[in-house]
Ligand binder design. Sequence first.
Ligand code: GDP
Length: 140
Amino acid sequence: MAVQRTFSIIKPDATNRNLTGAVNAKLEAAGLRIVAQKRIQMTQAQAETFYAVHSERPFFGELVEFMTSAPVVVQVLEGENAVLKNREVMGATNPSEAAEGTIRKEFALSIGENSVHGSDSEENATIEIAQFFSGNEIVG
Ligand code: GDP
């Protein structure tokens, strides 16, 4: 598997609890390199666009409200098989189902406030990275 890039977000529940560094330590220990990173306040429009695939789900409003409730850290991660590797270190969406040692097992508060986002495919990673970063902000 070649070197890939994936998109990551450290969500408001984690930034609120000052866990940015703790999450980054887990990502780096998993062999992922943070090649771009910035702390932003996501707007409602950005959150609605980002999670458009979930717009018909009952939790959509709650999700948008959560993602705009406090700053987030958006990131580009690089490494061998980065999309899958990041999904592995994140753990399952619901922290009660997440494996030991994963970010969500250790830090997530609930299925909604689950500390991190990670792209689920290389195709979506490309789309998500482009929503938040221009090419010259990514330095591998
Ligand atoms: P992910 O790829 O593991 O982040 O999971 P999904 O793509 O299925 O869901 C996207 C995000 O929506 C999750 O990370 C949660 O923050 C949120 N979410 C998913 N399911 C629920 C739910 O049942 N309730 C609430 N409040 N939020 C949810």
